[in-house]
Design a protein around this ligand. Structure first.
Ligand code: SF4
Length: 369
Protein backbone atom coordinates (compact mmCIF):
# COMPACT_ATOMS: atom_id res chain seq x y z
CA UNK A 1 0.00 0.00 0.00
CA UNK A 2 1.18 3.49 -0.84
CA UNK A 3 2.49 5.47 2.15
CA UNK A 4 0.63 8.70 2.57
CA UNK A 5 2.48 11.89 3.39
CA UNK A 6 1.60 13.75 6.58
CA UNK A 7 0.51 17.04 5.02
CA UNK A 8 0.97 19.16 8.16
CA UNK A 9 4.66 18.30 8.13
CA UNK A 10 5.08 20.27 4.92
CA UNK A 11 5.86 23.95 4.67
CA UNK A 12 4.44 25.96 1.77
CA UNK A 13 7.38 25.25 -0.48
CA UNK A 14 7.22 21.46 0.02
CA UNK A 15 3.45 21.44 -0.37
CA UNK A 16 3.71 23.37 -3.61
CA UNK A 17 6.32 21.03 -5.03
CA UNK A 18 4.30 17.92 -4.17
CA UNK A 19 0.99 19.33 -5.41
CA UNK A 20 2.41 20.62 -8.70
CA UNK A 21 3.89 17.17 -9.34
CA UNK A 22 0.43 15.69 -8.80
CA UNK A 23 -1.06 18.05 -11.39
CA UNK A 24 -2.54 20.74 -9.14
CA UNK A 25 -2.46 24.39 -10.23
CA UNK A 26 -0.55 26.97 -8.19
CA UNK A 27 -3.78 28.61 -6.99
CA UNK A 28 -4.94 25.20 -5.68
CA UNK A 29 -1.86 25.04 -3.47
CA UNK A 30 -2.76 28.36 -1.86
CA UNK A 31 -6.33 27.15 -1.32
CA UNK A 32 -5.17 23.88 0.26
CA UNK A 33 -2.65 25.63 2.51
CA UNK A 34 -5.35 28.06 3.58
CA UNK A 35 -7.80 25.24 4.43
CA UNK A 36 -5.14 23.48 6.45
CA UNK A 37 -3.52 26.33 8.31
CA UNK A 38 -6.17 29.04 8.53
CA UNK A 39 -9.43 27.12 8.60
CA UNK A 40 -7.75 24.11 10.22
CA UNK A 41 -9.93 21.47 8.58
CA UNK A 42 -9.38 17.88 9.64
CA UNK A 43 -10.69 16.29 6.43
CA UNK A 44 -9.95 17.00 2.79
CA UNK A 45 -13.69 16.69 2.05
CA UNK A 46 -14.22 19.95 3.95
CA UNK A 47 -12.21 21.89 1.36
CA UNK A 48 -15.30 23.08 -0.46
CA UNK A 49 -13.58 24.99 -3.27
CA UNK A 50 -11.46 21.99 -4.32
CA UNK A 51 -12.88 19.73 -7.00
CA UNK A 52 -14.00 16.18 -6.15
CA UNK A 53 -11.28 14.77 -8.37
CA UNK A 54 -8.61 16.78 -6.58
CA UNK A 55 -9.98 15.78 -3.16
CA UNK A 56 -9.54 12.18 -4.27
CA UNK A 57 -5.94 12.87 -5.26
CA UNK A 58 -5.33 14.51 -1.88
CA UNK A 59 -6.84 11.54 -0.04
CA UNK A 60 -4.76 9.12 -2.10
CA UNK A 61 -1.50 10.89 -1.38
CA UNK A 62 -1.74 12.74 1.93
CA UNK A 63 -3.24 12.49 5.37
CA UNK A 64 -4.20 15.20 7.82
CA UNK A 65 -2.90 13.91 11.15
CA UNK A 66 -4.86 14.38 14.35
CA UNK A 67 -4.13 13.93 18.02
CA UNK A 68 -6.11 11.58 20.21
CA UNK A 69 -7.61 13.22 23.30
CA UNK A 70 -6.88 10.96 26.25
CA UNK A 71 -8.11 13.36 28.88
CA UNK A 72 -9.71 16.78 28.85
CA UNK A 73 -10.08 18.63 32.13
CA UNK A 74 -12.01 21.87 32.47
CA UNK A 75 -11.54 24.08 35.50
CA UNK A 76 -14.78 25.03 37.21
CA UNK A 77 -13.01 28.03 38.72
CA UNK A 78 -11.73 29.89 35.67
CA UNK A 79 -12.51 27.78 32.61
CA UNK A 80 -8.87 26.75 31.99
CA UNK A 81 -8.84 23.61 29.88
CA UNK A 82 -6.14 21.02 29.97
CA UNK A 83 -5.74 18.43 27.22
CA UNK A 84 -3.74 15.25 27.43
CA UNK A 85 -3.02 14.17 23.86
CA UNK A 86 -1.72 10.81 22.71
CA UNK A 87 0.73 10.85 19.81
CA UNK A 88 0.95 8.17 17.11
CA UNK A 89 3.61 6.28 19.10
CA UNK A 90 1.60 6.30 22.33
CA UNK A 91 3.58 9.12 23.95
CA UNK A 92 1.59 11.69 25.90
CA UNK A 93 1.76 15.47 25.82
CA UNK A 94 -0.16 18.25 27.49
CA UNK A 95 -1.65 21.38 26.03
CA UNK A 96 -3.53 24.05 27.96
CA UNK A 97 -6.14 26.58 26.90
CA UNK A 98 -6.17 29.57 29.22
CA UNK A 99 -9.22 31.78 29.17
CA UNK A 100 -8.92 35.47 29.84
CA UNK A 101 -11.64 38.04 29.42
CA UNK A 102 -10.98 38.97 25.83
CA UNK A 103 -8.46 36.45 24.69
CA UNK A 104 -7.76 32.74 24.48
CA UNK A 105 -4.18 31.62 24.97
CA UNK A 106 -2.93 28.18 24.04
CA UNK A 107 0.08 26.83 25.90
CA UNK A 108 1.83 24.40 23.55
CA UNK A 109 4.27 21.56 24.18
CA UNK A 110 7.36 21.25 22.01
CA UNK A 111 8.94 18.01 23.23
CA UNK A 112 7.99 14.76 24.96
CA UNK A 113 9.78 15.10 28.29
CA UNK A 114 12.68 17.48 28.65
CA UNK A 115 16.44 17.19 28.97
CA UNK A 116 16.89 20.41 30.92
CA UNK A 117 15.55 18.88 34.15
CA UNK A 118 14.73 22.01 36.08
CA UNK A 119 14.52 21.04 39.71
CA UNK A 120 10.90 22.19 40.14
CA UNK A 121 9.39 20.72 36.99
CA UNK A 122 7.19 17.64 36.58
CA UNK A 123 8.09 17.32 32.89
CA UNK A 124 11.80 16.94 33.53
CA UNK A 125 11.36 14.08 36.05
CA UNK A 126 11.65 11.29 33.47
CA UNK A 127 14.07 13.07 31.19
CA UNK A 128 13.85 13.64 27.46
CA UNK A 129 11.99 11.26 25.15
CA UNK A 130 11.81 13.00 21.78
CA UNK A 131 11.14 16.21 19.90
CA UNK A 132 7.66 16.90 18.63
CA UNK A 133 7.37 17.03 14.88
CA UNK A 134 6.02 20.09 13.09
CA UNK A 135 2.59 18.52 12.65
CA UNK A 136 2.43 17.54 16.33
CA UNK A 137 3.12 21.12 17.36
CA UNK A 138 0.54 22.53 14.95
CA UNK A 139 -2.07 19.85 15.68
CA UNK A 140 -2.29 20.91 19.34
CA UNK A 141 -3.23 24.42 18.24
CA UNK A 142 -5.50 23.37 15.40
CA UNK A 143 -7.43 20.89 17.55
CA UNK A 144 -8.22 23.58 20.11
CA UNK A 145 -8.83 26.24 17.46
CA UNK A 146 -11.49 24.01 15.84
CA UNK A 147 -13.26 23.70 19.18
CA UNK A 148 -13.02 27.46 19.74
CA UNK A 149 -14.35 28.31 16.29
CA UNK A 150 -17.35 26.04 16.87
CA UNK A 151 -18.17 28.35 19.82
CA UNK A 152 -17.52 31.54 17.79
CA UNK A 153 -14.21 32.11 19.52
CA UNK A 154 -10.63 31.86 18.36
CA UNK A 155 -7.09 31.67 19.61
CA UNK A 156 -5.49 35.06 20.25
CA UNK A 157 -2.14 34.11 21.77
CA UNK A 158 0.19 31.15 21.68
CA UNK A 159 2.83 30.46 24.28
CA UNK A 160 5.50 27.80 23.96
CA UNK A 161 5.49 27.09 27.69
CA UNK A 162 4.23 23.52 27.78
CA UNK A 163 6.33 20.41 27.98
CA UNK A 164 9.88 20.65 26.70
CA UNK A 165 12.44 23.33 25.95
CA UNK A 166 11.29 24.90 22.66
CA UNK A 167 14.75 26.15 21.78
CA UNK A 168 16.08 22.57 21.84
CA UNK A 169 13.59 21.71 19.09
CA UNK A 170 14.18 24.90 17.22
CA UNK A 171 13.94 23.70 13.61
CA UNK A 172 10.37 22.52 14.12
CA UNK A 173 9.45 25.45 16.35
CA UNK A 174 10.69 27.94 13.74
CA UNK A 175 8.78 26.15 10.97
CA UNK A 176 5.63 26.30 13.12
CA UNK A 177 6.18 30.01 13.79
CA UNK A 178 6.50 30.72 10.08
CA UNK A 179 3.16 29.02 9.46
CA UNK A 180 1.39 30.61 12.43
CA UNK A 181 2.40 34.14 11.41
CA UNK A 182 1.81 33.66 7.68
CA UNK A 183 -1.10 35.45 6.04
CA UNK A 184 -2.44 32.16 4.71
CA UNK A 185 -2.07 30.60 8.15
CA UNK A 186 -3.47 31.88 11.45
CA UNK A 187 -1.92 35.26 10.60
CA UNK A 188 -0.86 35.91 14.19
CA UNK A 189 1.43 38.81 14.91
CA UNK A 190 4.81 37.94 16.41
CA UNK A 191 3.64 39.89 19.45
CA UNK A 192 0.97 37.27 20.05
CA UNK A 193 3.46 34.40 20.27
CA UNK A 194 5.77 33.85 23.22
CA UNK A 195 8.63 31.42 23.56
CA UNK A 196 9.62 30.54 27.08
CA UNK A 197 13.17 29.29 27.45
CA UNK A 198 15.56 28.17 30.13
CA UNK A 199 18.21 30.18 28.26
CA UNK A 200 19.89 28.30 25.41
CA UNK A 201 22.18 31.06 24.18
CA UNK A 202 23.08 29.89 20.63
CA UNK A 203 19.40 29.28 19.88
CA UNK A 204 18.41 32.75 21.08
CA UNK A 205 21.05 34.04 18.65
CA UNK A 206 19.41 31.97 15.92
CA UNK A 207 15.99 33.52 16.59
CA UNK A 208 17.64 36.90 16.03
CA UNK A 209 19.41 35.77 12.84
CA UNK A 210 16.24 34.26 11.38
CA UNK A 211 14.14 37.29 12.31
CA UNK A 212 11.86 35.11 14.43
CA UNK A 213 11.95 37.51 17.32
CA UNK A 214 8.65 36.66 18.94
CA UNK A 215 8.02 37.60 22.56
CA UNK A 216 10.63 35.99 24.78
CA UNK A 217 10.21 34.82 28.37
CA UNK A 218 13.36 33.76 30.14
CA UNK A 219 13.10 31.34 33.05
CA UNK A 220 15.45 33.23 35.33
CA UNK A 221 14.30 32.03 38.78
CA UNK A 222 17.30 33.52 40.61
CA UNK A 223 19.49 36.58 40.80
CA UNK A 224 22.76 34.65 41.04
CA UNK A 225 24.48 31.71 39.37
CA UNK A 226 24.92 30.06 42.79
CA UNK A 227 21.20 29.70 43.27
CA UNK A 228 20.19 29.36 39.60
CA UNK A 229 22.48 26.41 38.88
CA UNK A 230 20.60 24.43 41.54
CA UNK A 231 17.28 25.18 39.88
CA UNK A 232 18.26 25.06 36.19
CA UNK A 233 21.29 22.78 35.70
CA UNK A 234 21.95 24.19 32.21
CA UNK A 235 22.98 27.42 33.91
CA UNK A 236 26.44 25.84 34.30
CA UNK A 237 26.78 25.90 30.50
CA UNK A 238 24.97 29.19 29.94
CA UNK A 239 25.59 31.38 32.99
CA UNK A 240 23.53 34.44 33.81
CA UNK A 241 26.02 37.08 32.65
CA UNK A 242 26.22 35.54 29.13
CA UNK A 243 22.45 35.20 29.04
CA UNK A 244 21.97 38.86 29.84
CA UNK A 245 24.26 39.80 26.95
CA UNK A 246 22.27 37.82 24.40
CA UNK A 247 18.97 39.09 25.81
CA UNK A 248 20.25 42.62 25.49
CA UNK A 249 21.01 41.94 21.83
CA UNK A 250 17.55 40.39 21.41
CA UNK A 251 15.89 43.44 22.86
CA UNK A 252 17.97 45.90 20.84
CA UNK A 253 17.27 44.01 17.60
CA UNK A 254 13.59 43.35 18.11
CA UNK A 255 12.41 46.13 20.42
CA UNK A 256 10.59 43.46 22.44
CA UNK A 257 10.03 43.74 26.15
CA UNK A 258 11.63 40.72 27.87
CA UNK A 259 9.67 38.74 30.43
CA UNK A 260 11.69 37.29 33.28
CA UNK A 261 9.89 34.34 34.83
CA UNK A 262 10.64 33.75 38.49
CA UNK A 263 9.27 30.67 40.19
CA UNK A 264 9.32 31.48 43.86
CA UNK A 265 10.54 28.54 45.94
CA UNK A 266 10.50 28.48 49.71
CA UNK A 267 13.87 29.24 51.35
CA UNK A 268 15.75 29.00 48.09
CA UNK A 269 15.28 32.05 45.87
CA UNK A 270 12.76 34.05 47.90
CA UNK A 271 15.19 36.12 49.97
CA UNK A 272 15.72 39.89 49.96
CA UNK A 273 19.37 39.26 49.08
CA UNK A 274 18.34 37.41 45.89
CA UNK A 275 15.87 40.16 45.07
CA UNK A 276 18.66 42.73 45.17
CA UNK A 277 20.81 40.63 42.84
CA UNK A 278 17.84 40.25 40.52
CA UNK A 279 17.47 44.01 40.33
CA UNK A 280 21.12 44.39 39.27
CA UNK A 281 20.58 41.92 36.44
CA UNK A 282 17.44 43.40 34.96
CA UNK A 283 17.62 47.10 35.80
CA UNK A 284 18.65 48.24 32.30
CA UNK A 285 16.08 46.14 30.42
CA UNK A 286 12.63 47.08 29.27
CA UNK A 287 11.18 44.10 31.10
CA UNK A 288 8.58 42.62 33.33
CA UNK A 289 9.28 40.16 36.12
CA UNK A 290 6.64 37.52 36.51
CA UNK A 291 6.62 36.01 40.01
CA UNK A 292 5.08 32.54 40.05
CA UNK A 293 4.69 30.99 43.52
CA UNK A 294 5.78 27.36 43.24
CA UNK A 295 3.09 24.72 42.87
CA UNK A 296 4.32 21.57 44.67
CA UNK A 297 4.87 18.53 42.46
CA UNK A 298 4.74 14.99 43.81
CA UNK A 299 8.22 13.51 43.95
CA UNK A 300 10.05 16.85 44.00
CA UNK A 301 11.50 18.43 47.13
CA UNK A 302 10.67 22.11 46.81
CA UNK A 303 8.00 23.88 48.82
CA UNK A 304 5.78 26.80 48.12
CA UNK A 305 6.61 29.86 50.27
CA UNK A 306 4.02 31.05 52.75
CA UNK A 307 1.65 33.79 51.59
CA UNK A 308 3.58 36.14 53.82
CA UNK A 309 6.93 35.36 52.18
CA UNK A 310 5.43 35.58 48.70
CA UNK A 311 4.09 39.08 49.32
CA UNK A 312 7.23 40.20 51.12
CA UNK A 313 9.33 39.30 48.07
CA UNK A 314 6.83 40.71 45.58
CA UNK A 315 6.34 43.99 47.47
CA UNK A 316 10.07 44.44 47.93
CA UNK A 317 10.65 44.17 44.17
CA UNK A 318 7.70 46.39 43.39
CA UNK A 319 7.87 49.08 46.07
CA UNK A 320 11.45 49.15 47.33
CA UNK A 321 13.32 48.28 44.14
CA UNK A 322 10.72 49.87 41.83
CA UNK A 323 10.75 47.03 39.34
CA UNK A 324 7.97 46.23 36.90
CA UNK A 325 6.65 43.06 38.48
CA UNK A 326 3.52 40.92 38.44
CA UNK A 327 2.42 38.15 40.74
CA UNK A 328 0.91 35.49 38.56
CA UNK A 329 -2.60 34.47 39.49
CA UNK A 330 -2.96 30.74 39.24
CA UNK A 331 -5.05 29.23 36.50
CA UNK A 332 -6.96 25.99 36.79
CA UNK A 333 -6.07 25.21 40.40
CA UNK A 334 -8.83 22.59 40.54
CA UNK A 335 -7.32 20.64 37.63
CA UNK A 336 -3.81 19.16 37.41
CA UNK A 337 -1.96 22.44 37.72
CA UNK A 338 1.66 22.57 36.66
CA UNK A 339 3.03 21.48 33.31
CA UNK A 340 3.65 17.75 33.18
CA UNK A 341 1.45 16.87 36.12
CA UNK A 342 -1.48 15.54 34.12
CA UNK A 343 0.87 13.35 32.09
CA UNK A 344 2.57 12.11 35.25
CA UNK A 345 -0.80 11.24 36.74
CA UNK A 346 -1.93 9.45 33.60
CA UNK A 347 1.32 7.50 33.38
CA UNK A 348 0.93 6.42 37.01
CA UNK A 349 -2.63 5.37 36.32
CA UNK A 350 -1.55 3.32 33.32
CA UNK A 351 1.23 1.71 35.36
CA UNK A 352 -1.20 0.85 38.14
CA UNK A 353 -3.57 -0.63 35.58
CA UNK A 354 -0.71 -2.68 34.16
CA UNK A 355 0.18 -3.91 37.64
CA UNK A 356 -3.42 -4.93 38.22
CA UNK A 357 -3.92 -2.43 41.04
CA UNK A 358 -6.71 -0.53 39.39
CA UNK A 359 -9.42 -1.11 36.91
CA UNK A 360 -8.70 0.85 33.78
CA UNK A 361 -10.55 4.08 34.30
CA UNK A 362 -9.42 6.73 31.89
CA UNK A 363 -11.96 9.47 31.74
CA UNK A 364 -12.40 11.04 28.36
CA UNK A 365 -14.39 14.21 28.48
CA UNK A 366 -15.38 16.33 25.56
CA UNK A 367 -17.70 19.22 24.90
CA UNK A 368 -20.64 16.92 24.30
CA UNK A 369 -20.79 15.19 27.67
S1 SF4 B 1 10.68 23.98 33.15
FE1 SF4 B 1 10.74 23.80 30.92
S2 SF4 B 1 12.94 23.65 30.47
FE2 SF4 B 1 12.73 23.20 32.65
S3 SF4 B 1 12.54 20.93 32.75
FE3 SF4 B 1 10.46 21.79 32.66
S4 SF4 B 1 9.94 21.74 30.51
FE4 SF4 B 1 12.16 21.56 30.63
Amino acid sequence: MKTKIDILKMNYFDLENSCLELGFKKFNVKQIYNWLHQKNVDKFEKMTNISKKNIEILNDNFLIPSLKVVEHQISRIDGTEKYLFELHDGKLIETVLMKHKDRNTICVSSQVGCAVRCSFCATGINGFKRDLTLDEILSQIYHIQRELVSKDEKVRNIVFMGMGEPLLNLDNVIESLKILISEEGLNLSKRRITISTSGIIPQIERLIEEDMTVELALSLHAGSNEIRKNIIPINVKYPIEDLMKVLWKYQKTSGRRITFEYILINNLNDTIEEAKKLKELVKDFDCIINIIPYNPVEGLNHERPSRNRIFKFYNYLKDDLRLNVTLRGEKGTDIDGACGQLRQKQKKLKLDVKNGNLEEKIIIKNEKN
